[in-house]
Design a protein around this ligand. Structure first.
Ligand code: SF4
Length: 579
């Protein structure tokens, strides 16, 4: 991957593509690339939807190779939701395709002229950009239906739905999966709005005439990757739990731990959790025609945690909803029906909405009395309001924090304007530290302390006590930042945290791919470098330690059943970036 594609959306006569050598960004990929470009090229005080912001799309360093589970695509910008730097990544097939075509990044920049929408087509012959107003305001699934007859089903598509076009702070960027469905989303932080502000509806990537990226040392790479896959297969989470049940295996686990936020983070257990469990979800998929529990979101994943969810008659409903989606629309809203959750997941994907932000927003709207907790039809109606851009939909589409402000509520479970995911920070304190301090706003993936607090992976730190949480979160945030640069899926972390030989095999795979001699210390140094750039950007954007806090009510209102508050001290929180 030795070139960068820049698309100046403000060029005379319509967006113009320029391909340049990777230059100063050599050796960067995924989150390292997106954060470095944003850090260097985007003024931190700019408006996220203004001409100075840029949308950076980058495959991970290993994407496009035969490395297992390495197809993550990172998208970065200044976030319309948080005002901070943002990196959001997704699986799907586009990272592999861009990697094989040799693109280390695609950067959308400049000031959109007029209100035309454009589509971009990239293949081994070059780049074409065409006006595509016929695609305007199409939801993602309808968009793919329109593109199919033109490009076939072997291409990859990166797109926005109606939420992105309307520049909602909750809007995602979709990536197609192997079945050519827009099911994988760079969900968090309103990245879709930035793509919408640049007037680009979709990027179609055709890598069919290319070969897989070749390692510098093919034999060494093959052996390292073999050991890596062996490690993934032998670990209980990556080898059995995730392939059998998907991420929703966590519903029963978090509920049992008393850290399952219920009714807009009012309680830590949900009495109908069994109706939402991963076990039931997997059973549905086993018994229903067309359902599939074990499935890769791109080719070459050894874990295969994604899936296909069908209704009772065998009709496709959506991809297997993730744990966080089942929680946000399920227990958090008092809705205990997996088929309703699947419907909501489909609508979110179709309109191009982050399922976490949308579910938490509905929970806030329920608390405000817009609809009752448990009102499934009402929840579906609210998502349609967002997708269609009604006045109420525009409030909800701005996210949970804005919705709480509009209805005069204190109970907005957000950090830096971004909704908290499916783990209550009072009962899983390590994740609370991550929510508070990550450069991204509340984000479980930035330092998944749940692994050690609850699943006892990579050690054991008591989730209910404040001791040790800052150090745990720090180490995980550093490791995750580095991992997000590689294109490897975060879910490999379970195996590499527990099994040193699997971690070594991963590092060796990178070394054999690039002809390097990286060590574990170099991985840590890369993670620290990324976090320092991100933090520096945020500082210039006006964020200080006072923003690295949870909303006060988490320290005031105890959570049942453990009756605990969030009690990690501010001094501890401020120590997370001591490196
Ligand atoms: S583990 Fe799941 S999310 Fe990760 S690459 Fe594989 S299928 Fe995709």
């Amino acid at each position: 991957m030795d070139k960068i594609l820049r698309i100046d959306v403000g060029a005379q006569g319509g967006p113009k593509a320029t391909v340049e050598p990777v230059g100063d960004y050599a050796g960067m990929g995924g989150r390292a690339m997106t954060s470095m470009v944003v850090y260097k090229e985007v003024p931190a005080d700019c408006h996220p939807l203004g001409p100075e912001n840029k949308l950076v799309i980058s495959p991970g360093l290993m994407s496009g190779s035969a490395a297992s589970s390495s197809g993550r695509l990172s998208v970065g910008c200044k976030s319309p939701l948080t005002g901070t730097i943002k990196e959001s990544n997704a699986g799907g097939t586009a990272a592999q395709a861009l990697g094989r075509l040799g693109y280390a990044a695609v950067i959308l920049e400049g000031e959109r002229q007029g209100d035309d929408m454009y589509k971009v087509f990239i293949d081994d012959q070059g780049v074409k950009i065409e006006k595509a107003n016929e695609l305007k305001m199409l939801p993602n699934y309808d968009l793919i239906d329109k593109l199919k007859p033109v490009y076939g089903e072997k291409v990859s598509v990166i797109s926005i739905g109606t939420a992105g076009e309307m520049r909602f702070s909750n809007s995602s960027i979709a990536v197609t999966d192997p079945e050519f469905r827009p099911t994988r989303h760079c969900g968090r932080g309103g990245v879709g709005a930035v793509m919408g502000s640049k007037g680009i509806k979709c990027i179609v990537v055709d890598a069919s005439n290319t070969k897989m990226r070749q390692p510098v040392n093919p034999e060494g790479f093959k052996e390292a990757n073999r050991k890596f896959v062996e490690g993934l297969k032998q670990h209980a989470v990556t080898g059995q739990g995730l392939p059998t049940y998907g991420t929703n295996v966590l519903t029963n686990v978090l509920n049992e731990a008393g850290g399952y936020p219920t009714y807009n983070f009012r309680e830590g257990r949900y009495k109908h959790h069994q109706n939402l469990s991963g076990e039931l979800q997997a059973e549905n998929m086993k018994n229903r025609e067309g359902g599939q529990a074990t499935h890769g979101c791109h080719r070459g994943c050894a874990i295969q945690c994604s899936g296909i969810y069908t209704d009772k008659d065998g009709n496709y409903m959506t991809k297997q909803p993730e744990y966080e989606t089942v929680w946000s629309h399920g227990g958090n809203c008092g809705i205990d029906d997996l088929d309703v959750v699947a419907k909501l997941d489909y609508l979110d994907d179709n309109y191009g909405l982050d399922t976490i932000e949308m579910g938490v927003t509905i929970g806030v709207a329920m608390e405000a009395g817009v609809i009752e907790f448990g009102d499934a039809e009402g929840a579906i109606k609210l998502v349609h309001e967002v997708g269609k851009g009604t006045p109420l939909g525009r409030i909800l589409g701005a996210g949970a924090a804005t919705t709480a402000r509009c209805y005069g509520l204190e109970h907005a479970p957000v950090v830096k304007g971004q909704a908290m995911p499916a783990y209550d920070p009072r009962a899983v304190k390590g994740i609370g530290v991550t929510y508070a301090t990550t450069t991204q706003g509340a984000d479980h993936t930035a330092g998944y302390a749940v692994a050690t607090n609850i699943l006892k992976v990579g050690g054991d730190v008591d989730p209910l006590k404040p001791e040790g949480q800052a150090e745990l979160s720090r180490n995980l945030q550093v490791a995750t930042a580095a991992l997000d640069a590689t294109g490897y899926c975060l879910f490999i972390a379970f195996a590499i945290l527990d099994q040193p030989e699997t971690f070594n095999a991963m590092v060796d795979s990178i070394n054999q791919m690039y002809g390097l001699n990286m060590t574990g210390d170099d991985v840590v140094a890369l993670g620290q470098k990324i976090l320092k750039m991100e933090r520096e950007f945020n500082k210039k954007a006006g964020f200080g330690p006072e923003h690295d806090r949870l909303p006060r009510y988490f320290s005031r209102e105890p959570l049942a059943p453990h009756n605990v508050v969030f009690d990690v001290s501010n001094e501890e929180l401020d120590s997370v970036y001591n490196f």
